[in-house]
Ligand binder design. Structure first.
Ligand code: UTP
Length: 457
């Protein structure tokens, strides 16, 4: 998109009007390049959003927690038997054969917990090959085209912090076997952060601190960058949405798609039983008659621990951000504003002398949009239970739970189960890895091995 250009006077005027003229306090010390960068940043600020941020911050600093959470009840979850899943899978496969499904991968986050230099999708998780998270996702999409004869176009959301590196990584890896015509990169928006007085934080004398606007930024960024138009052009009607950090995922799971289509859902959400009451997953609830997500930080301890008469957790299921969206719903939602979420964070800032300081304590507020805030707008929502052993092993932290070690172990356990199902037992201490484009189900593995041995024509 073309950005309007501002002169110094125009920038000063608009900043002064919004109480942000401190942004230009170091102007006299800036080089010509720094000046034009700063003016471009000012030109890109959406002052309406900035006003919403300041309001949200005031509410955040003064208000009590959202009272509706206390009365929220868990949303109904379907957990169909094998026969019903198989018949739903048949309709999902028909939609895949008709080329109606797109994959939408959100990869704009900063991966700060993992502490990896570079895009998180480039993180090596392959137990033998050190193949990246992106490799596992892309190879599954290669497999979908092989299986159903139609491409599942892959829309990848990056952010300014990792866009160039992500595109380069795909190029360097020959797009992992995907046709580049079926990959659509787009970048999400970046937002400034505010101090407790609602002032935009400068990171250096000539640069406003900016960070990605959250995974909820996907919808507006997809629309603004022509992604929704591209989907319409291709005859897509359903979007499979997923995150970069979970290589166990069943991308475009046919049974999930089939159920979503049968239910005519606007949004479908895959949910799994929480590991323990404290696991940091959001729960889908019904609140004020609508579906909504309650983050684990919002649930009281009593709510987290509450059990039903049969001893199960009352809020048993957590969401792991695997969704299906109807394109019609997304196209409609893209035009609207989403709620803002505030997070108190350590933000590098420029002190009065113009030196950048990295604080040890939280000093400012970042704002993000969350994808699950679309839920209350949906007329029809489906929550489908899944088995986490089969589909969820994210890389979030560098060690402990949800780390590269637990993820590699889960991948290998799954492949070992496939091998066992076709009568091959591999000792636990021998690492294994299977290319998803070679086999993504035990039956495909069996066929592949027989072909390899020349026992199939
Ligand atoms: P997470 O919230 O788990 O985080 O994002 P992260 O940003 O990768 O890592 P931390 O929290 O800094 O450790 C879940 C998914 O949403 C994407 C991430 O790339 C990941 O796939 N995401 C998150 C975005 O695409 N943009 C964002 O602004 C935030």
């Amino acid at each position: 998109m073309m950005q309007k250009e501002l002169t110094f006077d125009q920038a000063l005027s608009v900043l002064t009007q919004h109480g942000q003229n401190h942004v230009l306090q170091f102007w006299d010390q800036l080089s010509a390049t720094e000046r034009s960068t700063l003016l471009a940043q000012v030109a890109a600020i959406d002052f309406d959003v900035l006003a919403r941020m300041a309001d949200e911050l005031k509410t955040h600093l003064t208000a009590t927690p959202d009272a509706s959470v206390a009365t929220a009840v868990p949303a109904p979850v379907v957990d169909p038997d094998a026969d019903s899943r198989a018949s739903a899978a048949a309709s999902g496969e028909a939609a895949l054969r008709d080329g109606r499904i797109a994959a939408l991968l959100v990869a704009g986050g900063q991966g700060s917990r993992l502490g990896f230099e570079g895009p998180k999708g480039a993180y090596p998780v392959g137990p033998l090959s050190n193949a990246s998270l992106f490799y596992f996702h892309a190879r599954k999409i290669v497999a979908l085209k092989q299986r159903y004869g139609q491409p599942v176009p892959l829309y990848i959301m990056t952010s300014d912090t990792n866009d160039a590196a992500t595109r380069q990584f795909f190029t360097d890896n020959n797009n992992f076997g995907l046709d580049p015509a079926d990959i659509f990169f787009f970048t999400q928006g970046m937002w400034p952060a505010l101090d407790e007085n609602g002032k935009v934080i400068l990171e250096t004398p000539g640069r406003i601190f900016m960070s990605p606007d959250g995974h909820g930024g996907t919808i507006s960024a997809l629309a603004a960058n022509g992604g929704i138009a591209d989907m319409h052009r291709r005859g897509i009607d359903t979007i499979f949405y997923f995150q970069v950090d979970n290589p166990l995922i069943e991308i475009a799971d046919p049974a999930f798609i089939g159920l979503h289509l049968e239910q005519k859902a606007d949004i479908s959400v895959k949910v799994c039983a929480k590991r323990d009451p404290q696991e940091g997953l959001g729960v889908v609830v019904i609140s004020n008659g609508k579906h909504a997500m309650v983050e684990y930080t919002e649930l009281s301890d009593d709510q987290k621990q509450r059990r039903t008469a049969n001893g199960e957790l009352y809020f048993k299921y957590g969401s792991v951000a695997i969704h299906l969206f109807s394109l019609e719903f997304i196209a409609r939602e893209a035009a609207g504003d989403m709620p803002l979420h505030v997070a108190h964070k350590k933000i590098p800032y420029c002190d009065a002398n113009g030196t950048t300081q990295k604080p040890d304590t939280n000093n400012g507020y970042k704002f993000e949009k969350f994808i699950f805030d679309l839920l209350p707008d949906a007329d029809k929502v489906l929550c489908l239970a899944f088995d986490r052993e089969e589909e969820f092993a994210p890389v979030k932290n560098s060690t402990g739970n949800d780390s590269p070690a637990t993820c590699r172990a889960a991948l290998q356990a799954k492949w070992r189960r496939w091998l066992q199902q076709i009568g091959i037992t591999i000792p636990e201490d021998i690492p294994i890895e299977i290319d998803p484009a070679y086999a993504n189900y035990p039956e495909e593995l069996r066929k592949g091995l027989l072909l390899h041995k020349g026992e199939l024509p």
